[in-house]
Unconditional design. Structure first.
Length: 277
């Protein structure tokens, strides 16, 4: 039992390099297909990132040949008996509670104070795409394949994809992706703004993402995280209320040591050294 628990802890890892945090799906032998243990481990890594006051950007990626091939359909996944077993009131309640728990994990990732970047390669399907949509933006390598195949499996996409995808690609593209259940390539993902950038291969992608993340991390963190707070708040309120929050959130970080450093660095034509204070 102890060995099994230790293995589950390693299904997703969190580590930090300088001001950058990394959440890595680590079930490479299954193309990072999602089961309950992997989702629970992902939640633990998200909480580590959430508690890491030194991490200014969080990068999400997957080990092995794919970012995430979607839901693990093997019988060992505890979700499969819930989906395919004899229907009963208890079964339906258990499944509902499980889906709500996983939805909460995804929302926690979406609401991290740090900007988040999803690095996608290989497969980004189903639950994998739903996880990637929780990040602030996504990049991929040219061989990446995308899709929400749930409809072809008689399942409704249910842990946030149907809510987040339309906000990224628009209603028409989102509904086509969900209804058809087809796979599409990186070029189409870029055309519909699902990803910001497409790179020739995984190595090039990871190198460029480090540059982007370091550029973000070099900015005053109070300002960057404040902007993210405003973006998140905008999604659920009318314009007037969003503007009021924007003004209030802006006033929260003025003045600061970083503002004086930013102005001084600008005048001296040098890079600023920001402390988040």
């Amino acid at each position: 039992m102890a060995e099994q628990e230790e293995k589950q802890k390693d299904l997703v890892t969190y580590h930090k390099e300088g001001f950058l945090g990394f959440i890595t799906l680590n079930r490479a032998e299954k193309r990072n297909a999602m089961n309950l243990a992997l989702w629970d481990s992902l939640n633990s890594s998200i909480e580590q990132a959430e508690a890491d006051s030194e991490a200014r950007v969080v990068i999400l990626k997957g080990e092995g040949k794919s970012f995430c091939a979607g839901l693990d359909l093997s019988p060992e996944n505890e979700l499969i008996p819930m989906i395919t077993g004899n229907p009963s009131a208890a079964q339906k309640v258990t499944f509902y509670k499980t889906v709500k728990k996983i939805q909460g994990y995804h929302t926690k990732l979406e609401r991290l104070s740090q900007p988040t970047i999803a690095c996608l390669h290989g497969h980004c399907l189903g639950a994998g795409l739903e996880i990637a949509l929780c990040c602030d933006f996504r990049v991929c390598s040219t061989e990446t394949v995308f899709g929400l195949p749930e409809a072809t499996l008689a399942i409704i996409t249910d842990v946030g994809g149907l809510q987040r995808l339309p906000k990224v690609v628009g209603q028409g593209h989102a509904r086509e992706i969900a209804f058809r259940g087809h796979r599409f390539d990186a070029q189409h993902a870029r055309e519909i703004n699902l990803v910001n950038h497409v790179y020739p291969d995984q190595a090039a992608m990871e190198a460029e993402v480090l540059k982007i993340a370091q550029e973000i991390a070099s900015n005053p963190p109070l300002a960057v995280q404040g902007a993210k707070d405003v973006f998140l708040y905008n999604e659920n309120v009318p314009l007037d209320q969003a503007l009021d929050f924007n003004a209030a959130r802006s006033s929260m970080i003025m003045p600061s040591e970083d503002i004086f450093e930013a102005f001084t660095a600008y005048m001296q034509k040098r890079k600023g050294n920001f402390k988040g204070a």
